[in-house]
Design a protein around this ligand. Structure first.
Ligand SMILES: CCCCCCCCCCCCCCCCCCCCCC(=O)SCCNC(=O)CCNC(=O)[C@H](O)C(C)(C)COP(=O)(O)OP(=O)(O)OC[C@H]1O[C@@H](n2cnc3c(N)ncnc32)[C@H](O)[C@@H]1OP(=O)(O)O
Ligand SMILES: NC(=O)C1=CN([C@@H]2O[C@H](COP(=O)(O)OP(=O)(O)OC[C@H]3O[C@@H](n4cnc5c(N)ncnc54)[C@H](OP(=O)(O)O)[C@@H]3O)[C@@H](O)[C@H]2O)C=CC1
Length: 515
């Protein structure tokens, strides 16, 4: 019997960010392994014209929750969606709901955040810093609370090269920033933002670092732990391999590569690709929740959920495997044949951008105009290049994350818990994982039918023929122009032609002699 699964039995668990990528997998695993838990409270806002109930219904009826419905048929009754907007005062939670949360909650998993790299400083601070402070304040009024698990990111200190499992101070106190945002207007905030974030690459990582500091400063006598995942990828094993549902991180780039839009990236091929499967992160979260509540460590422990130091993969290896999978299982209606060129050189990268990305988009848009349609490829391409440039910082550096606490926790688990809540990334086979990941992107994100694979392969063959034809035509045109204008080119041309002629004559003569 799993000790961790038993621990969550009968518990009331509060999850923020439950409608997000990590939150959904966390809920799924909780319901599947501890179907006798009392209730999961989720803080949700209405979105995209959907009410809270519609959002919950959609999640519970998704493929991800198929197994849950078998082991926990009354899952609908065990989930309680509470209206909340984390960017509002008191999260805009009603008095009755607040009362219930304060009096019943046993464990908190704080996953909600804005993960956009280009968010405004005001909004990112509201979500990633102020809301964390507010939640800690709520937690301090919960008499039954056993553990508060805060989800940060391994990149919250990416301005350092070696990162230990400790909370690092930020140059400016979070409280000062929160206070000043109250009276500064938006234009001034955006002006001072670059000065505040200093050597952090974006507002997201900076505000996540501030969030950790808030956790340290406002922890009071709560049992708190911080988990820092690196780049969270598709599921490795549970509930099934390859599940993914948003275009963040690698997902958007994998699609862009598979559709043939993105054929070159400014990335250091040997840099560590620190991906971590989402189910591995969730297993660690649940183990940390149990350990923090039961063992009550004296200080706030930080746990790194990373792969680089235990089982490293690099961007080159990842790119090769992504392409190999697209050979076998291509995406439908690709724009060009998938190809991956990684370069860390500025000049080469700009060259590939012009030749491999912008030029084909312009040519295709001309074709659309000529055929009376609205041009759109240049816009799509610019969007992809903007995303790729935002991720460049992470594709050209490697970090070392120590994992003492994570390894210590692993050794504390019973063999059964090590199996059920496996977060040992050393067992991960990258080639198999990446293949399932790419397949998952096709099936669960793009919702493409596997029956369409033969047609997708045919389409790629047609694209290859168009590519050869286009290149041959281009070569002939350029050559013709060169011959017309340059004596040197003409000489080279006559040399090649006479060489070929002599070679053929010799070949003909020698074959006649043999006869
Ligand atoms: C050479 C080929 C290669 C081949 C091989 C390839 C091998 C693999 C290589 C892998 C390399 C991996 C590198 C990862 C590094 C990650 C490091 C993370 C480190 C920190 C990790 C963390 O700690 S934390 C999570 C990280 N945080 C994000 O990763 C958010 C980032 N991102 C944004 O910050 C914004 O994205 C940004 C970019 C501002 C644009 O912003 P933006 O405004 O320009 O664009 P949007 O994002 O709004 O969306 C654009 C359009 O996608 C539509 N769309 C949205 N969702 C959709 C959905 N689910 N399904 C369908 N479509 C969807 C949307 O509706 C828009 O469509 P439309 O334009 O038509 O409206
Ligand atoms: N994905 C990754 O690669 C990594 C993620 N992390 C961390 O993991 C956590 C979860 O990330 P992930 O699941 O990927 O992110 P998602 O963007 O998928 O989910 C974010 C969640 O936060 C919720 N949220 C955002 N704003 C509000 C708001 N104003 N009120 C209520 N809820 C809100 C979202 O709700 P809604 O559905 O309504 O938008 C959603 O449920 C974050 O803390 C992130 O920093 C860390 C490292 C890597």
């Amino acid at each position: 019997m799993s000790v961790i699964a038993a621990f969550y039995g009968g518990k009331s668990i509060l999850i923020t960010g439950a409608t997000g990528f990590l939150g959904k997998v966390l809920m799924e695993k909780l319901f599947r392994t501890s179907p006798d838990l009392k209730v999961i409270y989720i803080l949700v806002r209405p979105k995209a014209g959907q009410t809270l109930q519609q959002r919950v219904f959609q999640i519970l009826n998704s493929k991800l929750f198929e197994k849950v419905k078998e082991v926990c048929p009354n899952v609908h009754e065990k989930i309680r969606a509470i209206y909340a907007d984390l960017s509002q005062n008191d999260f805009a939670i009603s008095k009755e709901d607040m009362q219930e949360l304060l009096s019943c909650t046993n464990i908190i998993f704080h996953c909600a955040a804005t993960v956009r790299f280009d968010d405004t400083l005001r909004h990112a601070v509201q979500l990633n810093v102020t809301a964390t402070r507010q939640l800690l304040l709520m937690a301090s009024q919960m008499p039954k609370l056993e553990a508060f698990i805060h989800i940060s990111t391994a990149y919250s200190n990416c301005n350092l090269k070696h990162i230990d499992e400790v909370i690092y101070p930020c140059p400016v106190e979070p409280k000062k920033i929160i206070d000043s945002l109250e009276w500064l207007d938006d234009a001034i905030i955006e002006e001072i933002a670059p000065k505040l974030i200093r050597d952090w690459p974006n507002i997201y990582t900076y505000t996540k670092a501030l969030g950790e500091m808030v956790v340290q400063q406002e922890s009071r006598n709560l049992n708190i732990a911080i988990i820092r995942p690196s780049i969270v990828g598709a599921t490795w094993q549970e509930p099934f391999p390859g599940w993914v549902d948003n275009i963040n991180g690698p997902n958007g780039l994998i699609i862009a590569a598979g559709k043939g839009f993105l054929r070159a990236l400014k990335a250091t091929p040997k840099a560590v690709a620190d991906l971590i499967p989402v189910d591995t992160v969730v297993n660690l979260m649940l183990a940390v929740g149990w350990y923090t509540a039961v063992h009550r460590p004296k200080s706030t422990l930080v746990y790194h959920s990373t792969s680089g130091n235990l089982n490293p993969c690099n961007w080159h290896k990842m790119g090769v495997q992504v392409l190999a999978t697209f050979e076998k299982i291509p995406l439908e209606r690709a724009f060009r044949r998938p190809y991956a060129n990684f370069t860390s050189n500025n000049f080469t990268s700009q060259y590939w951008n012009a030749v491999s990305h912008q030029a084909p988009a312009i040519i295709y848009d001309c074709y659309l105009r000529l055929t009376g349609r609205k041009p759109r490829m240049t816009k799509v391409m610019n969007q992809i290049l903007r995303t790729a440039s935002m991720l460049e910082y992470f594709l050209n550096r490697s970090w070392e994350w120590s994992t003492y606490n994570t390894e210590m926790l692993m050794s504390e688990l019973s063999p059964e818990d090590q199996r059920v809540f496996n977060f040992d990334v050393r067992q991960l086979n990258w080639l198999e994982y990446i293949e399932n990941y790419v397949l998952g992107v096709k099936k669960y994100l793009l919702k493409e039918d596997m029956a369409g694979i033969p047609e997708a392969k045919q389409h790629l063959k047609r694209l290859r023929n168009i590519h050869y034809l286009f290149n041959t035509a281009l070569f002939l045109i350029v050559w013709r122009l060169l011959i017309a204008r340059s004596q040197m080119a003409r000489n080279v041309w006559f040399f090649i032609v006479s060489f070929c002629y002599k070679f053929l004559s010799y070949f003909r003569a020698s074959s006649t002699l043999k006869v």
